[in-house]
Ligand binder design. Structure first.
Ligand code: 3HC
Length: 313
């Protein structure tokens, strides 16, 4: 079948909401951009374990420690789901992980910020996982089947992540003056980087147009960002705290909150590897990968032994 007909039939499936599966014909560019996005998403989950694990040994109670351990473990599982989904497009996990560890592959800018106080655990759960949920609920309807299905399971766990973060901040917001100040400080530091999670503004988004046509994305970066601002601007009232944006104001005409300009220079600088913790995060990932080499070797040796036993029998 001529390539034009294949492409036409492919777009027809997309337009008719038929999921694209691993064995289906797909344009190489569709395969490439899904591999890019899904592997980066997986990298984000795995690197995202680092800022929070920093507080597991310093959690203020056994309950908070148990909750945080569960959340960090969830993120690791999300990474495995997503690497498995990305592998169905033909790129092996080793390659993807090498690309992360060498600094070639991107992961979400948000994880290159430090977690300075316990209140950061609440701000990360509420804001970072809150932003991730908005994006991931949309991705439950992405056109590539394995990615959409991985998202359904991940979103169920994300909701717990966001709730536990908000609840932790709620406790602090009702606490001593020092706890209130710690809560507000964490919100001040995590608000703008959370807005950056949705990507560059639509006018600078290199992938969005095509990703919208292929229904990889259902909403643009700015649309999702606006949904997030509208949601958090209401939720923060329950905390009695303020968002660090003097331009945040309800716009009755637009029925949305207007908000201030994001520092795009900071965004691109962090994406390019110059954020506060980029080096620390990659060093930690490389250290874990190198220290885990014996586990991979043992698993391969065991599989070989099992295979030889079966062939000898
Ligand atoms: N951090 C790092 N890079 C980013 C970025 C960010 N916050 N936002 C965009 N970029 C990169 C893009 O990857 C792209 O570069 P590339 O072409 O080399 O990959 C470039 O900036 C231009 O951005 P685009 O808008 O054109 O890119 P996309 O169309 O891919 O949109 C996105 C960006 C909305 C983040 C999209 O990739 C996406 O939806 N990804 C899946 C969700 C995801 O990865 N979330 C990250 C957080 S996961 C998380 O928080 C887990 C939770 O459990 C804690």
């Amino acid at each position: 079948m001529p390539i034009e007909d294949l492409e036409k039939a492919f777009q027809n499936k997309i337009d008719n909401e038929i999921k694209i599966e691993p064995r289906d014909w797909m344009p190489e560019a569709y395969r490439k951009t899904n591999t890019r996005q899904i592997s980066q998403h997986a990298h984000s989950e795995v690197v995202g374990m680092l800022p929070e694990s920093n507080w597991i040994s310093r959690a203020p109670s056994l309950k908070r420690k148990a909750i945080l351990i569960a959340k960090v473990q969830d993120e690791g599982g999300h990474g495995l789901y997503l690497y498995a989904a990305a592998e169905t497009l033909g790129t092996g996990r080793e390659q993807m992980i090498d690309d992360l560890n060498s600094g070639k592959a991107k992961y979400s800018s948000i994880f290159n910020y430090p977690t300075l106080t316990w209140a950061d655990m609440g701000a990360v759960g509420w804001l970072v996982d809150g932003a991730a949920i908005l994006n991931q609920v949309m991705l439950c309807r992405t056109s590539y089947g394995p990615y959409a299905r991985a998202m359904v399971r991940i979103c169920k766990e994300e909701s717990f992540h966001q709730r536990q973060g908000f609840e932790s901040l709620l406790v602090l917001s009702k606490g001593t003056d020092e706890q209130k100040a710690m809560c507000q400080d964490a919100i001040n530091r995590w608000w703008w980087p959370s807005l950056m999670m949705f990507g560059p503004k639509d006018s600078e988004s290199t992938n969005s147009d095509q990703s919208m046509k292929w229904k990889i994305k259902r909403k643009t970066n700015d649309e999702l960002r606006q949904n997030f601002v509208d949601m958090i601007a209401e939720q923060i009232k329950l905390l009695g705290m303020k968002l660090p944006d003097p331009d945040l104001k309800w716009n009755e005409e637009k029925k949305h909150y207007d908000y201030g300009e994001i520092n795009w220079e900071e965004f691109w600088s962090v994406v390019k590897g110059n954020g506060p913790c980029n080096r620390q995060r990659l060093d930690a990932r490389n250290k874990a990968h190198n220290e885990g080499a014996w586990v991979r070797e043992a698993a391969i040796a065991y599989a070989e032994k099992k295979k030889n036993k079966q062939t000898a029998a």
